[in-house]
Design a protein around this ligand. Sequence first.
Ligand code: NAX
Length: 328
Amino acid sequence: TQAPVNVTVTGAAGQIGYALLFRIASGQLLGQDKPVRLRLLEIPQAVKAAEGTALELEDGAFPLLAGIDIFDDPKQAFEGANIALLVGARPRTKGMERGDLLEANGGIFKPQGEAINAGAADDIKVLVVGNPANTNALIAKAHAPDVPAERFTAMTRLDHNRAIAQLAKKLGVSVSDIKKMTIWGNHSATQYPDIFNAEVKGQNAAEAVNDREWLENEFIPRVAKRGAEIIEARGASSAASAANAAIDHIYNWVNGTPEGDWVSMGVPSDGSYGVPEGLISSFPVVCKNGSYEIVQGLEINEFSRARIDASVAELVEERDAVTKLGLV
Ligand code: NAX
């Protein structure tokens, strides 16, 4: 049998953590042949709640769960980590300016980047879920100079999945009929879900829809603001769907994307599609043998170009703000 894979999860006592940990333990993160050891990181006040979740995980009697350790110190939590899911973050509270938010999160993601640099396994793969996810990933990456930059990714898979679901609903097809969806840019309201390069049963999705009014005034804003719609309906932010997307992101990164399809991931730009190098921006990617590549050569029409540029401009602003704060 294989040695367990060490999976570090931060914010383990939060609502995404609660939905995520059981799916990791059941083998859905990496595959049914891979035992996992959970390393949970929480702030001291939430360690007890994480311990409670650990008791429930024990009660799941998951054959693939090799152990659970709980920490309030990032250095210990990331020791030997093969996969790191950075879920815990400082939410924006009333009256908080964006600069305050970025600074508070710098206080979390800088030490976590340092801890990953110091102690994670050589094959470490990092997914940042905690918002502002792209810029938090940028901060963590900046403090892990010994880790290859491409191992730091941010989650836009929930947006990707939301876009597929909305498009399938519009066309009255199954979600599995839709391929090659792309989210470009920032995981924020400026993100751009692109159906011009997507396919429905092999046909171009934008042509299949053929409804510019729906695209501009329903689809794009609905996907971009779906988080707010969930909060409005549920009285709490997306949790199980976010956990599901985190599972999808890592599963594909580790096990590959299906032939003839791709997924969206926030990854350090190599300059593709005019996105400044080093920014963590969402791109279409194909995963194979445990690594990913940005899909090249897609046609970007004028409509798409303007929207990608707007979201990337926001990422540049966030980067400049954290640079000024000395966080990157
Ligand atoms: P919760 O507030 O339920 O849980 C967050 C947990 O993180 C808490 O238990 C808190 O104690 C812990 N935490 C805070 N600082 C920490 C630190 N320094 N080290 C370790 N743990 C720490 O939030 P939840 O609903 O679980 O959401 C978590 C994050 O995901 C938020 O930042 C949220 O905005 C973000 N999201 C990102 C999404 C994406 O698509 N990228 C979608 C869902 C979600 O909104």
